[in-house]
Design a protein. Structure first.
Length: 46
């Protein structure tokens, strides 16, 4: 699965954007998920 294959990259990404809670940080009201979508698309080769 994606996270299993890219866990280190995901961890580095979270560190670079200052994530404190990896379980819910994208569910916060008003969160701009475009940066996350770009990251996933890049890592997935899409």
């Amino acid at each position: 699965a994606f996270f299993g294959d890219h866990q280190q990259e995901v961890d580095d990404y979270h560190l670079s954007i200052g994530v404190g809670n990896t379980r819910s940080h994208n569910r916060q009201s008003g969160r701009d998920t475009e940066q996350l979508k770009k990251f996933v698309q890049t890592q997935a080769g899409g």
